[in-house]
Design a protein. Structure first.
Length: 125
């Protein structure tokens, strides 16, 4: 094609590292309760810094003790010093109070014999 102009591919421009970023910090103090906070942090801030900036520690005393807490970003476990990215959601996971297997055993025992009459292969309707 004579006279056609060839344009080079567009290369995305990375945002400068000095710009602040927004992340969300979420904590569930109990069943069906979620406390979420959006915070603005400097680029390269860690998960622990995001928790400190969120103010959640002041609202939930159990967060003051960091042993047993787990940090997650995007459904994956991360270390407290893991760097955050713009738009990340940091989930603060509290320790389990009861082992899930033991909780199931307790529920099973609590049902008694009346709750265990299920016939193999049948479905409840």
């Amino acid at each position: 094609m004579a006279g056609a102009e060839i344009t080079p591919p567009v290369t995305p421009i990375a945002a400068p590292a000095s710009l602040p970023m927004q992340v969300e910090v979420a904590f569930s103090p109990g069943p069906r309760q979620i406390d979420r906070v959006r915070v603005t942090l400097p680029a390269g801030a860690s998960a622990a810094q995001a928790l400190a900036a969120s103010g959640l520690v002041a609202r939930h005393a159990e967060l003051a003790r960091t042993e047993g807490l787990a940090f997650g970003i995007g459904g994956r476990l991360v270390a407290p010093e893991a760097p955050m990215q713009p738009g990340d959601r940091l989930d603060i996971c509290r320790p389990l109070k009861v082992d899930p297997k033991e909780a199931r055993r307790q529920r099973y025992r609590a049902q008694g014999e009346g709750g265990r009459r299920r016939v193999s292969g049948s479905r409840s309707r």
